[in-house]
Ligand binder design. Structure first.
Ligand SMILES: C[S@@+](CC[C@H](N)C(=O)[O-])C[C@H]1O[C@@H](n2cnc3c(N)ncnc32)[C@H](O)[C@@H]1O
Length: 345
């Protein structure tokens, strides 16, 4: 395709993404992979380098937006969006930090002493360039699919925690690796600091052979937090028999404010003997990536001792990293786990 035609095709796709872009997950991911390669090809090396070098700044602005509650405050375009002034009023942040200071824009020379404040869009500008917020007119912002998704409390809290826990230790990571002569971190005490398979697979692999006698446990979500995965399971399989148990540390279980109906909550430390014997499934979601191999081994041994031979299953949901051509998210998550827990994906 010639350059003008390619440009026209891309512009057309951008103008009506919902009709021009595939909705099917695989097709979407394939297209994204090609577009990312094209993006790198199209950038000059300096463009790419600048993009990489300034990524932490973008994350810092996302973290700031979460603190200020900007994703909740910015309305969709159908509701005329939200102005910088309103955002400043609601958040208590200076308008110049959020967006252009309008009095200075109209008459920049009348307040020369405040020139430093005329910093135009600062937080919002970065979010707009990232496509997280859209801009339509001066100082007016609208929510996007991304900012709306980010209003989800668990996702918002998780993004916040990830930044708070990782940012400092990531900054130390190159020094730590240098000091340890680039030895692969494996000591948790000396380190620099999720969905089920498809419906049919679950049905076939786990449910068909479930021995649904009284009191039989179908699924134990070990280290399952407050039970969100079992809640999702109940939604997907509302008529499934068998007990569902979420286990986690006492602090987490005591913190469950809204128990999921039909899900039993149990205090359990997975380094101690598994009290639920003979369950059909012990499920581990995002557990093993938190621990070095020795601890993973210990957790699995405690589980194995509670299993019924030929019947019980261990189900692990974690990332497996490809040796070649893997996607970015698990690759960077692997570094995050190395950095925080001397573990890995
Ligand atoms: C990364 S989170 C994963 C939570 C959940 N499985 C999910 O996928 O969202 C790790 C979970 O392991 C729990 N955990 C950590 N140490 C534990 C232990 N020794 N025994 C039981 N749970 C533990 C944490 O409280 C946390 O809920």
């Amino acid at each position: 395709m010639s350059e003008p035609n390619l440009l026209e095709a891309l512009k057309a796709a951008n103008e009506s993404p919902s009709t021009r872009l595939p909705q099917d997950t695989m097709a979407r991911k394939t297209l994204l992979t090609e577009l990312r390669k094209l993006n790198v090809e199209l950038e000059s090396p300096m463009d790419s380098i600048m993009r990489y070098v300034f990524q932490p700044h973008q994350n810092a602005m996302i973290r700031t937006a979460i603190d200020l509650g900007l994703f909740e405050l910015v309305r969709p375009r159908e509701k005329n969006g939200t102005g910088a002034q309103e955002l400043a009023g609601e958040t208590g942040a200076e308008q110049s930090l959020i967006g252009v200071c309008s009095s200075l824009q109209k008459n920049p020379v009348s307040k020369p002493d405040l020139r430093a404040e005329n910093t135009s869009v600062r937080v919002m500008r970065v979010l707009v360039t990232m496509g997280i917020i859209s801009e339509f007119g001066e100082q007016r912002y609208a929510a996007t699919r991304i900012s709306k998704t980010w209003q989800n409390p668990p996702l918002r809290d998780c993004s916040k925690d990830l930044f708070d826990e990782s940012a400092f230790s990531l900054a130390q990571l190159p020094t730590f690796l240098k000091q340890t002569h680039y030895k692969n971190p494996s000591d948790t005490a000396n380190g620099p600091f999720h969905a089920f398979n498809t419906y049919m697979e679950v049905q076939e692999v786990l449910l068909n052979d479930f021995n649904a006698k009284e009191e039989a446990v179908l699924l134990v979500d070990v280290g399952g937090g407050r039970g969100h995965d079992l809640e999702a399971f109940k939604e997907a399989f509302p008529h499934q028999e068998g007990r569902l148990i979420v286990q986690d540390l006492p602090d987490v279980i005591d913190d469950i404010r809204q128990p999921v109906p039909g899900v039993e909550a149990m205090k359990h430390n997975f380094f101690t003997p598994q009290p639920v014997k003979g369950a059909r499934v012990h499920f581990f979601h995002y557990i093993f990536h938190d621990w070095p191999d020795q601890q993973c081994h210990d957790i699995l041994q405690q589980t194995a001792a509670a299993m019924t031979k030929g019947y019980s299953r261990i189900l692990i949901n974690d990332w497996l990293l490809a040796n070649q051509g893997g996607p970015m998210f698990p690759a960077t998550m692997d570094i995050n786990m190395m950095c925080l827990f001397a573990s890995g994906e």
